[in-house]
Design a protein around this ligand. Structure first.
Ligand code: PHE
Ligand code: ZN
Length: 876
C-alpha cells in the first residue's frame, strides 16, 4: 500500500474550540518504560462554541489506563478511546473535570516528541503537537490553561525534577526510593509550552533582579561534569533579561528561569515557560571546546528562547498558521540583541547571508510558501527559513517604514492588548495601525505572498539639469501580471567618485523611499556629477535587485559608501558577476578579476586593522549555493565550483603577501587571556580567512601554517580553522591531522560533529567513500540528530558538487539516510529531504537523477506524514 496523501489543514477553516480547559493538574510518575501520567482537566463549554458538541481530545500513540468524569469512572459506551484520540460523546453542558490516566514508554520514544529520554535524562518536547503524546488533550495553541505539575521519580535516577513556573513543594515519597516535586505556573499557557525534566544533572546558578524588583533564580542544567561549560549560557540569560527590559520594556514574570541542555533534540531549543530545553550544542562552551561561532549561536539562541517569554508565551498564537507571529518577531528581537552585543554591520551581513543561503532557495523552489502559510499537511515541516528569517525581515521592514519610536509604541500596544491571549498576524499589525494611524493592509501582503520579489532599477543622469532619476519596477516570479505589488522600503543614497553625495529627493524621507506600486520613479536634485546609486542599504527589504552597474561603479561603492552593508554587497556583486560569467563560458581567464583583487587589496590596506571582522567578511566570496541561486536555472555545480576556485586563486595570488603580514600583525600576543567577545572573534576570523587564502595561493606554505596552528591553537576556533584549511588540500598531512583530531576529542561528541562536518564538505570524488566510512565510525550515530545533521545534512547543504554528482550517488546517499531515519525520527528525515528542494533548477541530467531519487522515496510504503509531505510537495 502506498502512503496516502495526508489530509490538508486550512487557515480558512479555523474554528474555535467548543470546550475550554481552565486548569490542568498533572501527576507524572517517571519510569523508564512505564511512566504514568494522570491529568485532571477542569473543562467547561466554550460560551462561543457549539452547545452540546462532543469533546474530542487529541492523542498520539497513547495508551489509556483509566478515565473518570467528575470522579466517577466512565461507562465504556460514554467514550471512544484510540491511540490517537479520546472522544467523550455527551460531555456535561456545565463545568466538569475529566481525569485521564495514560501510560508511556519514554525509552522507546525515538521521535523525540512528547516524553522521551536523552542519555538517561527524562525530558519533553511539546511544540507543535507533542503534548498529545503525554495525555489526551485539546492540543491546540488557543487553549490556554493554568498548570500544576507533580513530578515523581526514583531519587537515584532523577535527583533533579523541573517543571514550568515556580517550585512550590518537594519531598520524599514515604517508604520508597522515590521523591517528588510540585511546580505551579500562574500564567495561562497552551500545551505546547508545557515541559518537565528529570535526571542526573549538574548546574550553575545565578540571580537576576528585574526592573519590577522581582528576584529571579537562574539555573543552567547540563550533564554532570560539564558545569564549567554552562557559564557563558548563564551569562547570556542575564544579559537577555536586561536587554529585553531596556529595549522592549519587557520584564520576566516568574521566580525562576531554568535552561536544560540535552544531547538528543530535534531542533535548536524550545521556549517552554520558565523551563527552556536546549540542544546541548547551543549551551555548552569553553575556549577549548567551542568556536567563536558557537559562542555567538549560544548567545543568540539563549536570547531567542528567553525573548519568547513575551513574544510567544505571554502573547501566543491562535493557530499554527500564525507561527511567524512568534518566530519571525522573536528572530527579529534576537537579531537586534546580537547586533547590540556585537557589531551591528557584521551581524547584519551574517543575517543576510543566512537568508540568501536558506530562504531565497526555499522561496524559489517547490517548497515555497507564504510567511503565513494558508494550508499544511504537517506543521513540523513549516519551521522554515521563510517563517523564521523572512518573518523577521517583515518585522524589520515595518520598523523601517514607521520609524523607531512608533515601532516601540506599537510593540508596547501589541503586548498590552494581547497579553494572556492567543493572537493573529492581524492583531499584530493592528497594534501598529492604531498607534500610527496608518493603514497597514497593503503591507500585510508580505505575509500572504510567497516568492522573492525582483526589483529592476535603472538610473538616468541629466547633466544639464543636474538631476538624477531612478526608475523602479517590482515583479514576483510565478506571480501573474495583475498580482498586487508589495510595500517595499528602499533605504538609499547616492555616492560619487570621492564620497557620498548629499543630493535630495522629496520622495525620500529619513533615507527611505517607499516603493508600493508596480512601477515608480524618483528624482534627486542638485546632483553635481554622475552618481552611483546605493540601494537597499542595510538590506532594507528581502528582495533581489537587478541593476546594471559596472564593476567600476560597484567598486566606487565598495570604497565610499557610508553604508557598511552595501560596501560588502558591492564586493559580493562583483564576485558573483565574475564567477557566473566564468561558469557560463568556462574560460580560464577571468574578466575583471584583477581589478577586483586590487580593490580588495586597497580595502585591506586601509581597513583590515580597524575592523578585522568586517574585513574577514569582505574576503569571503559568495558560496557555491549563492552562485547557483543567482543563476537560477540549468545549474551545473561543477562549473560553479571550478569558476569560484579560479576567482579564489586569482585573489589569493594577489593578496597572499599582504594577508600574511596582516595575519602576523593581528596575532594574539602569547599568553593573552581568551575572550569570546566580538573584537577578539573578529581578529580570529580575519586571521583564519587569511590562512585559507594563503593556502590557496601556496598549498605547501598553507599546509605548514595550518599544521602549526592546529598544534599551537589555544582556542577551538583556531584549531578547527587550521583543520578546515587543511581539509581542502588533498594528501597525507590532511589524513594525519584528521586522525589525530578524532583521537584527541574521542570523548567529545560536539567537537566530533565539527570533524564530521569538515569531512562531509570536502569537494572531492573520494568524499562519498569517506562518508561511508564515517557512518561506521563510533563518533557517528543515526539516532542522534546532531550527528546526522553534521554528516549527512552538511553533505547535502554544503557540498554542492558531491551531493549533485552526475552519477546520482550523492542523491542516493541522502535518500538512503532519509529512509533509514523515517521510521525512527520522521521530523529529522523530512528536514534532510528538503535538500532536494532546488532540484528543478539543475541541468537536465542531474535534474533527472534527483527526480528519480525523490520519486523513489515518494513511492515507498509506510512513509511518515512528514516525509510524504516534503516528497509530495517537492515533486509538485
Ligand atoms: N519554538 C522553537 C524556537 O524557539 C523551535 C522548536 C520548534 C523547537 C518545534 C522544537 C520543536 O524556535
Ligand atoms: Zn523561536
Amino acid at each position: 500500500m502506498r502512503t496516502e496523501t495526508p489530509p490538508t489543514i486550512r487557515l480558512a477553516d479555523y474554528q474555535r474550540s467548543d470546550h475550554l480547559i481552565d486548569r490542568v493538574d498533572l501527576d507524572i510518575r517517571l519510569d523508564p518504560h512505564a511512566s504514568r501520567v494522570t491529568a485532571v482537566l477542569a473543562l467547561r463549554p466554550n460560551p462561543e462554541g457549539v452547545p452540546g458538541a462532543p469533546l474530542v481530545l487529541d492523542g498520539d500513540e497513547l495508551k489509556l489506563v483509566a478515565v473518570a468524569l467528575d470522579g466517577e469512572v466512565m461507562l465504556e459506551n460514554a467514550y471512544t478511546a484510540t491511540p490517537s484520540g479520546l472522544t467523550i460523546h455527551r460531555p456535561p453542558q456545565r463545568p466538569f473535570t475529566l481525569s485521564i490516566e495514560t501510560e508511556i514508554d519514554p525509552t522507546a520514544n525515538t521521535k523525540l516528541m512528547g516524553l522521551y529520554r536523552s542519555s538517561g535524562v527524562y525530558c519533553t518536547q511539546c511544540e507543535a503537537d507533542g503534548f498529545r503524546r503525554i495525555t489526551y488533550f485539546l492540543d491546540r495553541p488557543d487553549i490556554l490553561s493554568i498548570y500544576t505539575t507533580r513530578i515523581e521519580a526514583s531519587r537515584e535516577e532523577a535527583p533533579v525534577l523541573l517543571g514550568n513556573g515556580n517550585p512550590v513543594e518537594s519531598g520524599d515519597v514515604p517508604d520508597t526510593d522515590r521523591h517528588y516535586a510540585i511546580w505551579q505556573d500562574p500564567h495561562p499557557k497552551p500545551a505546547y509550552l508545557f515541559a518537565v525534566v528529570g535526571g542526573r544533572l549538574g548546574s550553575v546558578s545565578g540571580r537576576f533582579t528585574t526592573s519590577e524588583g522581582r528576584q529571579v533564580g537562574l539555573g543552567v542544567y547540563v550533564e554532570p561534569g560539564k558545569e564549567a561549560r554552562a557559564d557563558y549560557a548563564l551569562d547570556a540569560v542575564a544579559r537577555s533579561m536586561k536587554w529585553d527590559e531596556d529595549v522592549f520594556g519587557r520584564a520576566y514574570d516568574l521566580d525562576v528561569f531554568n535552561v536544560v541542555a540535552v544531547s538528543d533534540f530535534n531542533m535548536g531549543a524550545m521556549e517552554n515557560k520558565g523551563l527552556n530545553i536546549f540542544n546541548d550544542k547551543y549551551v555548552l562552551a569553553s575556549p577549548e571546546t567551542a568556536t567563536d561561532a558557537d559562542y555567538a549561536n549560544i548567545e543568540a539562541i539563549i536570547a531567542h528562547e528567553y525573548f519568547h517569554n513575551w513574544s510567544g508565551n505571554r502573547v501566543t498564537c491562535r493557530d499554527w498558521f500564525q507561527l511567524c507571529l512568534k518566530e519571525g518577531l522573536t528572530v527579529f528581537r534576537d537579531q537586534e540583541f546580537s547586533s547590540d552585543m556585537r557589531s551591528r554591520a557584521v551581524h547584519r551581513i551574517s543575517e543576510v547571508r543566512t537568508l540568501r543561503a536558506r530562504q531565497f532557495p526555499e522561496d524559489a523552489g517547490p517548497l515555497a510558501h507564504p510567511v503565513r502559510p494558508k494550508q499544511y499537511a504537517e506543521i513540523n515541516n513549516f519551521y522554515t527559513a521563510t517563517v523564521y528569517e523572512k518573518g523577521a525581515e517583515i518585522v524589520r521592514m515595518l520598523k523601517t517604514l514607521i520609524g523607531e519610536e512608533s515601532f516601540r509604541k506599537g510593540m508596547d500596544r501589541y503586548f498590552a492588548d494581547n497579553d494572556g491571549t492567543a493572537a493573529t498576524v492581524e492583531d499584530f499589525l493592528s497594534a501598529f495601525a492604531t498607534e500610527t494611524g496608518r493603514d497597514l493592509s497593503h503591507f500585510a501582503q508580505w505575509y500572504e505572498r510567497p516568492g522573492t520579489p525582483r526589483i529592476a532599477v535603472s538610473g538616468h543622469y541629466d547633466a544639464a539639469a543636474k538631476t538624477y532619476r531612478l526608475d523602479f519596477r517590482q515583479t514576483r516570479p510565478g506571480a501573474g501580471a495583475d498580482a498586487p505589488p508589495l510595500v517595499i522600503p528602499v533605504a538609499l543614497g547616492l555616492v560619487g567618485e570621492h564620497g557620498p553625495l548629499d543630493a535630495k529627493s522629496e520622495r525620500v524621507r529619513g533615507g527611505v523611499f517607499v516603493l508600493d506600486k508596480p512601477k515608480d520613479s524618483l528624482v534627486f536634485e542638485n546632483v553635481a556629477s554622475q552618481p552611483v546609486p546605493s540601494l537597499f542599504r542595510d538590506f532594507s527589504a528581502p528582495v533581489r535587485v537587478e541593476i546594471g552597474l559596472s564593476d567600476a561603479e560597484r567598486l566606487t561603492l565598495l570604497r565610499h559608501d557610508p553604508d557598511a552593508f552595501n560596501r560588502w554587497e558591492s564586493a559580493q556583486r562583483v564576485a558573483l558577476r565574475i564567477v557566473i560569467e566564468a561558469a557560463r563560458s568556462g574560460a580560464q581567464q577571468l574578466d575583471g578579476a584583477e581589478g577586483f583583487a586590487d580593490a580588495l587589496a586597497a580595502f585591506l590596506d586601509q581597513e583590515a586593522l580597524n575592523d578585522p571582522a568586517f574585513a574577514a567578511l569582505m574576503l569571503a566570496l559568495p558560496t557555491e549555493g549563492e552562485v547557483a541561486s543567482e543563476i537560477g536555472a540549468n545549474i551545473d555545480p561543477d562549473a560553479i565550483l571550478s569558476a569560484r576556485r579560479r576567482l579564489r586563486q586569482a585573489i589569493a595570488a594577489r593578496l597572499c603577501e599582504p594577508l600574511f603580514a596582516l595575519r602576523e600583525t593581528l596575532a594574539e600576543p602569547a599568553g593573552a587571556p581568551f575572550s569570546p567577545d566580538a573584537a577578539s572573534a573578529g581578529r580570529r576570523a580575519f586571521r583564519n580567512a587569511a590562512l585559507d587564502l594563503i593556502a590557496v595561493a601556496d598549498p605547501e606554505r598553507g599546509t605548514a601554517l595550518a599544521r602549526a596552528q592546529i598544534a599551537d591553537a589555544t582556542t577551538m576556533t583556531d584549531r578547527l580553522a587550521g583543520l578546515a584549511t587543511l581539509s581542502q588540500i588533498p594528501g597525507e598531512p590532511r589524513e594525519i591531522e584528521l586522525a589525530a583530531f578524532a583521537e584527541r576529542y574521542a570523548d567529545e561528541p560536539l567537537i566530533l560533529d565539527k570533524w564530521l562536518a569538515i569531512q562531509a564538505a570536502i569537494a572531492e570524488d573520494g568524499t562519498l567513500a569517506r562518508i561511508g566510512r564515517l557512518q561506521q565510525h563510533p563518533a557517528f550515530s543515526i539516532t542522534n540528530p546532531n550527528r546526522v545533521r553534521s554528516l549527512v545534512g552538511v553533505f547535502s547543504l554544503s557540498n554542492a558538487t558531491q551531493f549533485n554528482r552526475a552519477d546520482g550517488a550523492g542523491y542516493a546517499l541522502v535518500a538512503e539516510t532519509v529512509m533509514a531515519l523515517d521510521r525512527r525520527n520522521p521530523q529529522i528525515a523530512a528536514r534532510l529531504l528538503t535538500a532536494f528542494g532546488s532540484w528543478r533548477q539543475l541541468e537536465p541530467a542531474r535534474r533527472a537523477a534527483a527526480e528519480a531519487a525523490l520519486r523513489g522515496i515518494a513511492a515507498a510504503e509506510g512513509l511518515s506524514r512528514d516525509v510524504a509531505d516534503i516528497a509530495g510537495r517537492s515533486l509538485q
